[in-house]
Every structure is written in C-alpha cells, then in structure tokens.
Design a protein around this ligand. Structure first.
Ligand code: ATP
Ligand code: MG
Length: 630
C-alpha cells in the first residue's frame, strides 16, 4: 500500500521511473524510447519517440467496451436542448467533423481556432482537430473582437469554427459580427470559417470564406478519418491564459504527456471510474473545460456533461437536478459559482437525490472557509479544493484521494501533487523559505507531463516569463504567494502582484479579504492596494453583504464599516486595517469568475481600468466608481 508521502517522494526523486509506471494508462501506437529528455532545461520532453493520439484515447479506444454507453451528455438550459451521444455516436460525429476540416484544407500542424458557445459541435471540433493532428486554439466565447484578433494573429489559424450565437440567461448573444470584426482587424485572416447555425441570431455570410456546418456534415456523413499518430511532444493545443494579469500568453501543450497526466489525475486525484459520470461546470474555453470537461473524463471512459447555462436558471437547484438525473459521481466547479448559489434557497441543495455524488472539487480561486463549509454541509459531501493554472493543465496542489485520502484543512488546497516539486522562495533574495514563512510558490524543473511545454512561437518568452523571476533560482514561478504549515499543507495568499506595501509592511490583499470574509454579514469582498501619499499604499475594501437591511442608513453603513475594520484589527492587526470599506451589490469579475482586482485598483486611482472584454457585468464597475467618489 502506497502512502502519499512516499508516492510523492518517488515522483520527485526519480521522475522518469515514476512516469514510466503511469504511461500504461493510455494507448501508445508506438512505444517511447525515453521517458524524459531534460537535456535543454527548462524545456522538458516526455515520452520521447512515443506515438499516440488524444482523440484515439478519448474516443476510439473505448468503442469495443463502451460503444453504446453515454460519452457526451449535452444540457442547455438556454435553449432547452438535452441530448446524449454514446461513444460510438461521438466517434461518428468526430469523424464527420474531421472529414469536414480536412476538406477545408486543414492538415497536421495547422491551427484551428474554435470560437464557440457551449455546444456539442465545439467538443466535436476539438476532438476532430486532435484526431487529424491539427492544433486547436479555443477562444472563450465571451471575448470580443480585439481579444479575438490578437489570438488570431498569434496562432494564425487556417480555419475558424464558430456559430451564430451564444445565449445567456435566455437572451441570444450573437457572435458572428464580433468574429467578422476580429477577422477584419487581423493581419492573418483564416481561409475558411465553418459556421454552426443554431438559429438564434441572424448572420451574414462572406462568400467564398464562410461555409455551413450542417450542409458539409450531410456531405461527410460516412467519412472515416484515421488518427494521425503524433510524436508525444508534438503540440495538441494552444490555450491563452485568461488575462487577468496582462498580455495573454499562448500556453502550448504536448500530446503524450498531457494524455498520461490527465489519465493519472482522473484516478489519483478525482477518483473517477470508467462508466461513471463527470460534471465540470466550467466552459470549454478555459483550461478546466479542456482537461476536465473534455479530455480527462473521456480518456478515463467516463461520460461527461457539457452544460450551457447559468447555475440559477430555471432555479438554483439545476446542477443538483442533473446530478440526480445522470448519476454524477464527480463534480468540479469554482468557488465563484458556489457563492452565487449561496444567495439562493439552501433547501435546493437537499431537494434532489445526490447519493451518486462522492466529492465536489473546486478550483480557480481561493476557497474561503465559510463558502467551503456552506456547500459541504449543505450537500453533505466532502469538498476538495485544488490549485493549478492554465499553464499546468492539471492540479499542482490537492488532497490526492486516489493516492491516500488524507484529511483536508479549510483554506488550504492541500499538498503538492505527485510530479510537482513545489517550493516557496523569498521574492527578493530568491532563497527558499520553510514552514510558516510567506514565499512565492514555485516548481523546480522539470515540470511534470501535461504542463505547458513553451509559449506558442516564443521559447524565449517561456524562459523569461516563467523561469527567470526568482533571483539565483532555476524554478518555474506561479506568481502566487503561498505559505506552508508544519504538516506540509499549502495556503495560497494571492498573486504576487496583489501585495501591497502599507508604510513599509508588505500585506497580501488576499489575507485581508480572508479576514473580512469571516465577518458574519459579508458574502464577498475584494481588497486592493491604492496609492496613498502618506503611507505609500493603503488597503481599500469593497464588500457585498448578505443582509442589506443592516446597511440601509448612512449611520448603519458607518457602523458596519467600523465593525468590519475591528475584525481585521483583531485578526491581522491595525496595520492591515483597510482605509475604507465600501458596500456594493456585486464585484467586477471575469466570466470565469476571477476578480478584476487590477481594474478595481485602477478605478480607485482614477486610471483606465484596462482590458474589460471578459467582464461579466460592466455595471459593477460603475458601482466601484460611485463608491470611490462617495
Ligand atoms: P493570467 O495568468 O492570464 O493572468 P489567470 O492566472 O487568472 O490569468 P488561470 O490560469 O485560469 O488564469 O488561473 C490560475 C490562477 O488562479 C492561479 O495562479 C491562482 O492565482 C488562482 N487559483 C487557481 N486555483 C486556486 C485555488 N484552488 N486556490 C487559490 N487560488 C487559485
Ligand atoms: Mg495566471
């Protein structure tokens, strides 16, 4: 019997032997000659010489045993569509899509940009690209023309796959004019645009360039397209980071290493088994969508739910209804979604039969204790926080229940995942720090399989961005602050650019947020550092309260502000006390649920809030402005 500590140690001491023992989880068309080539650090190549295919592992491989079992379950509470594809049916659709893409001139190594709402055709297109060795670049449907144009110019796709429209809260969100504008702005327009017409919005077509999916599908009904056997290190996809902290980077992923890493994580972290159902509530445009809506569950032979809609329509019980209906065993969501549910009737958490569900995994941002407790107690299920990045593609920190079900600790995403040599370094000196001292979370190379192999088209940027920020260290920086306790559990304290300097004291805005969150009437809070002529910087808090009746009058607001400040004084000391506590009804966030702290800070300082194309609700910024102007 393995325990976590020895399992992790083996993965770090001898990565080649460790990953060799994990590689059997996927199908190799040709075996690899070497597990790891790290002769050119920080560039790591995994399973060198091995040939495989992501689509084969996700679909074809299961045909014999699971051909008539559900593979893709599509539920749209936006359009009312609900449909299941078995592995055999999915195989057929992917072959049709692959046939279409080939007929449009897409060959191995070509890029295909997928700009789609949450529709099954987006999944078909991703798998079809993988099948023919084309490199997909999925661009989140919420991005507008300028962001889309920069991604077109960077990846130079031969074909773009898109649709007439998305839908949000029952309203059509047309895509086509944004796409046309992006192509107009771009220096590398695609040769063809393949359009799925959902019949939700009018769209004009550009003759000679735009082609119709339904018509082409009819022509390619019986296509059988063989898998392209890629060398393990050949790229499978590019995915741009969400851009909450600056210019988007094209994260490039390999093929073999990614497949092995996902397959291992499905068992060792998520404990999902063949034939069961996985439900990740993310979007295919984000990394969670790539790894845990699409590839991970399918590689493991699980069925996966692709959900288009909000968590509260038709009501806040919709996700739990789906858990009951499809016997979901493993669920993956984000703290932000849980905070949305927190404002709903908690009885909805108990309305459905959740007996199939084993664990709820949450990732993407810090999981505060009140939110974790609320959902865990409400569902009567364990909640597992896991910490990772677009760059890594799968968890860096987690309780790995499939290795050893160690207890979790509230506020901590847990322990370093096998394969990751996680360290904490002092940002200024570059020296490693021990338990109880804050440091930058970093990973000593080589990064394990599945992590980004480079920045698309820019090896130098990969080295200079990620591997050169810690003085004297050759380590991958996550750009997150963390601290480790005596038991080895990590706590993420925020991003390295979220640290403020108040009269010489370095404070993590995240810590102040944690403290404010513990006030019984606080539902959500954002803290930013704002320039101050006296102290250098001061902390300013924006809070969403649970019970607005408590802040109706100006006197009540002042009293409430003082009460919140007192909590911070008691927990962190007066030095961390925010200069102001403002009350708003919602915070500015990206559609993936990340707080736009940079934009809040900019507004507080009277500056331009920056790129806001992924903002969920622009009116939240007006509230910030109004609050600041007082
Ligand atoms: P960009 O890198 O473009 O600024 P981003 O960092 O928001 O965008 P992602 O890769 O989606 O894009 O997010 C990863 C980041 O999210 C982590 O670096 C960390 O800051 C935060 N994060 C993810 N999971 C957790 C978690 N479980 N606990 C705390 N923070 C988390
Ligand atoms: Mg990031």
């Amino acid at each position: 019997m393995d325990n976590y500590a020895s399992f992790h140690q083996r993965s770090i001491r001898d990565p080649a032997t460790f990953w060799d023992s994990q590689a059997h989880r996927i199908h190799w068309h040709a075996p690899y000659d070497r597990v790891l080539d790290y002769s050119r650090p920080p560039f790591a190549r995994w399973f060198v010489g091995g040939r495989t295919n992501l689509c084969y592992n996700a679909v074809d491989r299961h045909l014999e045993e699971l051909g008539s079992s559900p593979a893709l379950i599509y539920v749209s509470t936006e359009t009312g569509q609900e449909k299941t594809w078995t592995f055999r049916e999915l195989y057929r659709e992917v072959n049709r899509m692959a046939g279409i893409l080939r007929s449009l001139g897409v060959a191995k190594g070509d890029r295909v940009l997928i700009y789609m709402p949450m529709v099954p055709e987006a999944a078909f297109a991703m798998l079809a690209c993988a099948r023919i060795g084309a490199i997909h670049s999925v661009v989140f449907g919420g991005f507008a023309s300028v962001s889309l144009a920069t991604r077109i110019d960077d990846a130079k796709p031969r074909v773009i796959v898109s649709a007439d429209s998305g839908s949000r809260a029952g309203k059509a969100v047309p895509y086509k004019h944004l796409l046309d504008e992006a192509i107009r702005l771009s220096k590398h327009p695609p040769e063809k645009v393949l359009l799925v017409d959902r019949g939700l919005a009018e769209m004009s077509r550009v003759a000679g360039r735009d082609v119709d999916y339904a018509a082409l599908r009819a022509e390619h009904m019986n296509d059988e397209v063989p898998c392209e056997w890629l060398e393990s290190s050949e790229p499978s996809y590019i995915l741009y980071t969400s851009g909450t902290t600056g210019k988007p980077k094209g994260v490039q992923r390999d093929t073999g290493g990614y497949a092995v890493a996902l397959a291992a994580s499905m068992e060792l972290i998520y404990c999902g088994r063949k034939g069961e159902t996985y439900f990740a509530t993310s979007d295919l445009g984000w990394v969670v969508g790539h790894s845990y809506i699409l590839y991970g569950p399918l590689i493991a032979g699980m069925s996966t739910i692709l959900y288009e809609g909000t968590p509260i329509r038709p009501d806040g019980g919709i996700w739990w209804k789906l858990v009951e209906q499809y016997r979901v065993t493993t669920m993956f969501s984000a703290p932000t979604a849980i905070r949305v549910l927190k404002k709903q009737d908690p009885a909805l958490l108990r309305k459905y039969d959740l007996s199939s569900l084993r664990v709820l995994f949450l990732a993407g941002e810090p999981l505060d204790e009140p939110t974790a407790r609320w959902i865990s107690e409400g569902l009567g299920k364990p909640v597992v926080d896991n910490y990772w990045q677009t760059e890594t593609g799968w968890p860096i920190l987690a309780i790995q229940r499939g290795v050893e079900p160690l207890p979790g600790k509230f506020g901590s995403p847990g322990l370093p995942v096998y394969g990751y040599d996680v360290r904490l370094f002092d940002a200024a000196s570059g020296e490693e720090v021990g338990p109880g001292t804050k440091g930058v979370v970093a990973i000593n190379g080589p990064l394990p399989p599945g992590c980004m192999t480079t920045v698309w088209g820019d090896d130098a940027r990969f080295v200079s961005t990620y591997w050169s920020s810690l003085p004297g260290q050759q380590a991958y920086s996550t750009f997150d602050w963390g601290i480790r306790d005596e038991d080895g559990y990590y706590f993420i304290l925020g991003r390295t650019d979220d640290v403020i300097n108040v009269a010489g004291h370095r404070l993590g805005t995240r810590e102040i947020e944690e403290s404010i969150s513990s006030h019984p009437n606080v539902a959500e809070v954002a803290v930013v550092g704002v320039t101050d002529s006296l102290k250098g910087q001061v902390a300013v808090a924006f809070t969403v309260v649970k019970d607005v009746a408590q802040i109706e009058t100006p006197e009540q607001r002042t009293a409430h502000e003082r009460d919140i400040m007192r909590v911070v004084d008691e927990q962190l000391g007066a030095v961390a006390r925010p200069a102001r506590v403002h009350f708003v009804t919602a915070l500015p966030k990206t559609r993936s649920g990340k707080l736009l702290r940079r934009s809040i800070r900019a507004l507080c300082e009277g500056q331009d809030p920056g790129d806001l194309t992924t903002i969920e609700d622009p009116s939240t910024l007006e509230q910030i402005l109004a609050a600041v102007r007082g």
